[in-house]
Design a protein around this ligand. Structure first.
Ligand SMILES: [Zn+2]
Length: 148
């Protein structure tokens, strides 16, 4: 291989690394943005195209630590978090792990958050610009069953 080719490859490699780092830094910045109490729907949906499921999980976790409902579109404070990890349902005679559910103010927020998380793309962040942007959907409020 000629020196010129080597040089070109090297430049391509450096450009790829720079692009990757920028995408990761951007995702981190978005996580910080989504920790804010007030995030509107449009901003929220547009930011989702630039993060991965692990970033989304970080958002939920960080909001939970800051005593905010884990769902980024909800600004309800969750002050009283149950300390138990399991909940027993006497009617269904089942034990539920509520570790994740505890991070939300309501059954709706938990479901809405899981719904969004399932739509967050798993592809590498730095290749997202070559992909078609997903059409994210929010969980409609009327899906809420009265019991929850
Ligand atoms: Zn909530």
């Amino acid at each position: 291989m000629s020196t010129a080719n080597n040089q070109q490859l090297r430049e391509q490699l450096i450009a790829a690394v720079v692009k990757k780092r920028a995408a990761l830094a951007r995702a981190h910045q978005i996580v910080v943005t989504l920790l804010e109490q007030q995030v509107d729907e449009q901003t929220f949906l547009s930011l989702l195209t630039q993060i991965g499921p692990e970033n989304y999980a970080d958002v939920v976790e960080e909001r939970h630590i800051n005593k905010l409902c884990g769902y980024p579109l909800c600004d309800v404070a969750v002050e009283k978090v149950p300390t138990k990890q399991y909940q027993i349902c006497a009617i269904r005679n089942k034990v539920y792990d509520i570790t994740e559910r505890k991070k939300f103010c309501s059954g709706y927020c938990f479901k809405a958050s899981e719904y969004i998380k399932s739509q967050v793309p798993t592809s590498p962040l730095w290749l997202r610009d070559t992909e078609k942007k997903p059409d994210f959907k929010l969980l409609p409020r009327e899906n809420l069953k009265p019991a929850q």
